[in-house]
Unconditional design. Structure first.
Length: 323
């Protein structure tokens, strides 16, 4: 749904503080929506290429294991499921768990109003070591996807990552961490930034988890199709209306867009009040979100998912022509 290593909810005294598990980046709904918008944008030839590549994914049958019997577009379903594959393999029980790379899902450009010590990330991959962040991982995976010498199973894995990382990079909290007196080591992309749950449930929620779930929590392909169809009816999300943004091909620029949105919208220019998960006690009452915050957040989530889908279609058109 946009991704950071899973943070375990504090045990014992703190077990009940957070009402949802730590972030899975957009979550399955968001990632599948990005993939579905891209799929609808792609040419039949590009769809066929992507489908053929994915069939070489180790344990490909697992992509189809949750497909409803009455959902008839197997190739579209596999493509949407491929978008969630890098999250699915977090589980140690997954046969491809060895391909899990938690730090590939995000890059931490610091939001640092208090000017505490914070390192800026290295954006470019050195070409041989394991990538340290999202931008480095995208560089590596695109290289493998487009290299004719890449083995078919490795190309399929790279395609899953490219689909997924395109979604991640458009989630604002996958491009930043808030540093400051309250978070001297960073808030882990909002995972340690706790607020009052605004969705009617009791208790608290991490800011990152709130944003990951902004588009819903269903992974039903019927729901995904319905969600995307509704957004496609809005003329402001059409390719023509977004053509200037779609034309931006630099992945680093995509990340900086998310960073800017994190500063201005997610953290409200460092004015958003929250509690530190590490400092909370059983009786802590985290701050509520300001009026109008969720409306702005939903609008940003819709816009970023549609833009990510359009950009992914164009990226795959270029990458698959070389594959």
């Amino acid at each position: 749904m946009l991704k950071r290593s899973l943070l375990l909810v504090m045990a014992g005294l703190f077990a009940g503080l957070v009402s949802a598990p730590a972030a899975l980046a957009w979550n399955a709904t968001g990632h599948m929506m990005v993939a579905k918008e891209a799929w609808d944008d792609m040419s039949p030839a590009d769809r066929a290429k992507a489908t053929e590549i994915l069939k070489h994914l180790p344990h490909y049958d697992l992509l189809l294991s949750h497909m409803p019997k009455d959902y008839t577009d197997t190739d579209a379903f596999a493509f949407m499921e491929a978008a969630t594959w890098p999250d699915n393999i977090r589980s140690e029980s997954h046969p491809s768990h060895s391909e899990h790379h938690g730090n590939w899902h995000y890059i931490d450009y610091p939001v640092n109003p208090d000017n505490v010590p914070a390192e800026s990330p290295i954006e470019h991959w050195d070409g041989h070591s394991d990538p340290a962040n999202l931008l480095q991982a995208m560089e590596k995976c695109e290289k493998e996807l487009t290299d004719p010498a890449t083995a078919p199973d490795r190309r399929a894995i790279a395609l899953c990552w490219v689909i997924h990382l395109t979604g991640d990079i458009h989630q604002p909290l996958h491009a930043t961490s808030l540093f400051g007196k309250q978070f001297p080591k960073g808030d882990k992309g909002g995972n340690s930034f706790i607020i009052k749950n605004p969705n009617g449930a009791n208790g608290s929620v991490g800011l990152h988890s709130l944003w990951d779930n902004m588009l819903g929590t269903s992974r039903s392909p019927f729901t995904i199709d319905k969600n995307i169809a509704a957004l496609q009816k809005n003329p402001k999300y059409s390719r023509d209306a977004m053509k200037d943004q779609i034309a931006e091909k630099d992945v680093k620029t995509w990340a900086k867009e998310s960073y800017d949105l994190a500063v201005s919208i997610v953290y409200d220019n460092a004015h958003l009040a929250g509690a530190s998960k590490e400092l909370m006690t059983r009786d802590s009452q985290p701050p509520a979100l300001p009026n109008g915050y969720m409306e702005k957040a939903h609008a940003i989530a819709d816009q970023r998912v549609m833009l990510a889908g359009h950009r992914l279609a164009d990226k795959l058109q270029q990458d698959l022509s070389a594959a």
